[in-house]
Design a protein around this ligand. Structure first.
Ligand code: AHG
Ligand code: MN
Ligand code: MN
Ligand code: MN
Length: 317
């Protein structure tokens, strides 16, 4: 197992496009180190959780840190020679270099509702070939990952050949965690925002009811529940000890396709999940096979331990 710099050097030596991917990941790691420092630096004036006044294309209130993280990533991807940047915080694709070979999609700051609650938040990224255009299936991704700004600043990364885990040191270097990342196939722990229960469609209602019925229910097992409200924090836990995450479609206006965004949240996490031996679906289809129609389109997102996701798919059939 190696530190990030060594991994990227080795990857870059494979081909020209892999060298471009390595440069982009290195730029994202520099941006994450800067965002992590920003979060940790006492600065009343920065007021990172303050709403900036404008909503983003998906209707989310933009917080100060959303914008600062977006600016940091834009600058690093420009330096890395990336062709186009797709961002939760930008209505349309941002052209950077006409001769670039890569498109990078990012959720610059995931978990914004947790910024001023001192709960883990993060940055998610997806790296695709520029030739595929801004709306391409997640199956085309060349690399994907997410940073978590928590008690530790960490990175889960896939370059297409398994999942690697790193922890940032005080100097901003990402050190190997010595963790052979593999998603446990079974779990008795689910994550869902239960306050939406009255809005859920029948399959999700039936599954969660069966979980809550415990050993006497049809699943014959007791379940635990965890919900952080930052996708990256819930995902990191699930990679660590197994579990399932559900943000389903529901009956609320605007939630007919759930809450999470396909291009810069579900696709990168789904690539990591499959690379670690887990499963990621919208309830019926694999996330990575869905053809995006719009940069900010939402998708019902269920992922985690393979055998438990299969149980949930069973409720949808
Ligand atoms: P973002 O802060 O990037 O807009 O993403 C927030 C997402 C995701 O991180 C989390 O899983 C989900 O919102 C939580 O939604 P609820 O607040 O509805 O539970
Ligand atoms: Mn948001
Ligand atoms: Mn997010
Ligand atoms: Mn975000």
């Amino acid at each position: 197992m190696q530190d990030l710099d060594a991994v990227l050097k080795q990857h870059a030596a494979q081909s020209d496009i892999d060298a471009d991917v390595a440069r982009a990941v290195n730029g994202l790691a520099r941006a994450a180190a800067a965002i992590s420092k920003l979060i940790r630096t006492p600065d009343k004036a920065a007021n990172l959780g303050a709403i900036k006044g404008s909503a983003n294309a998906d209707g989310d209130d933009q917080k100060a840190l959303d914008v600062l993280a977006d600016d940091e990533i834009t600058a690093q991807l420009h330096t890395a020679g990336v062709a186009i940047y797709l961002s939760e915080e930008q209505d349309t694709p941002i052209p950077l270099h006409a001769d670039g070979t890569l498109i990078v999609a990012s959720d610059p700051l995931d978990g914004s509702s947790n910024i001023d609650t001192n709960v883990s938040i993060g940055t998610i990224f997806s790296i695709m070939p520029a030739a595929g255009g801004s709306l391409q299936c997640g199956r085309n991704q060349l690399a994907a990952g997410f940073f978590v700004y928590g008690p530790q600043t960490t990175l889960l990364l896939t370059l297409g050949d398994g999942v690697l885990a790193f922890q940032m040191d005080d100097d901003g270097f990402f050190c190997d965690m010595g963790w052979q990342v593999a998603m446990p196939a079974d779990t008795q722990e689910f994550g869902i925002n239960t306050s939406n229960q009255r809005h859920w469609h029948a399959p999700v209602k039936a599954y969660i009811d069966a979980c809550l019925d415990g050993r006497d229910g049809e699943l014959k097992r007791n379940y635990n529940m965890r919900w952080v409200g930052s996708l990256v924090a819930d995902a990191w836990r699930i990679f660590r000890r197994g579990g399932v995450f559900l943000y389903p479609a529901d009956c609320r206006d605007g939630y007919s396709q759930g809450r999470l965004r396909l291009v810069y949240e579900a696709n990168p996490v789904a690539m990591l999940v499959e690379q670690a031996g887990g499963k990621a679906t919208n309830g019926t289809d694999s996330i990575l096979d869905i053809q995006p129609q719009d940069l900010h389109e939402r998708v019902a997102f269920i992922f985690g331990s393979m055998n438990e996701v299969d149980v949930i798919i069973g409720y949808h059939s």
